[in-house]
Design a protein around this ligand. Structure first.
Ligand code: SAM
Length: 225
């Protein structure tokens, strides 16, 4: 799958197939026990990524790349950042706009489109929480290199770690007919990602933390000059 083909299947999935499920998962509404573990893991991961950003972001510009319903964007705006949340799903952005708390209105702009669009401008920081986990490692490396070109201080993002369980799930997923599947999550080894990045970008790749909570497994990494 090319970057464009993955993005197209994610657009269908997040904007239509899973839009309601996603809106519920990201709200306070009751969910199944399994989904509750995912919600808890995502809350923890959001805190991990936010811990890589300055406590006071006054005057700084942040890109929330693949912002979904804007949970991280809101927290960063509360630190004073000017946030641009970009997502390929207009429906999720509508949910984000409807949920925008009054204390951050004016500091979070939402835009439908591709996170790699150069017309979005330059940023101090970029975060991409679980928005690159469906792309192949070379595509993630190329995306990060492009984002780094217009970022000053750092990029905090997540990948699906290359654990035996996720590898097995990835292989099992390939056995299902295409129509029955949500877009596959692609396990990524940080060492391979670093090798793919090296010729494209001089920035340093660092491990931050792995979060495991029931069915949620995600690894925070960061890229810094
Ligand atoms: C798993 S969701 C995570 C949303 C949000 N970051 C969060 O953690 O709540 C992944 C999001 O990335 C978005 N996405 C995927 N590829 C994208 C791209 N190339 N440009 C912009 N958004 C993208 C999807 O539409 C989806 O909303």
């Amino acid at each position: 799958m090319t970057y464009e083909a993955t993005r197209a299947s994610l657009e269908t999935y997040f904007d239509r197939t899973a839009a309601e499920t996603w809106a519920r998962l990201t709200s306070d509404a009751p969910v199944s026990r399994i989904r509750a573990t995912v919600r808890a893991g995502r809350d923890r991961m959001r805190a991990v990524l936010l811990s890589r950003l300055p406590a006071d972001m006054t005057g700084m510009r942040l890109l929330d790349a693949g912002c979904g319903v804007g949970q991280l964007a809101v927290e960063a705006a509360r630190r004073g950042a000017e946030v641009l949340g970009v997502d390929i799903s207009p429906n999720l952005l509508e949910v984000a706009a409807a949920r925008m708390p009054a204390d951050v209105t004016g500091r979070v702009a939402l835009q439908a489109g591709d996170m790699l669009d150069a017309s979005l401008g330059a940023f101090d920081y970029v975060v991409a929480m679980d928005s690159l986990i469906h792309y192949r490692t070379p595509d993630i490396a190329a995306a990060l290199a492009r984002l780094a070109e217009r970022t000053r201080a750092g990029i905090a993002f997540t990948v699906a770690p290359s654990t035996p369980l996720l590898q097995a799930m990835h292989l099992a997923g390939k056995a299902f007919p295409r129509a029955d599947r949500s877009p596959a999550i692609v396990p990524v080894s940080a060492a391979r990602l670093a090798r793919e990045l090296a010729p494209r970008c001089g920035w340093r790749l660092g491990r931050v933390e792995r979060v495991t909570s029931g069915f949620y497994i995600s690894e925070a990494l960061e890229l810094a000059p």
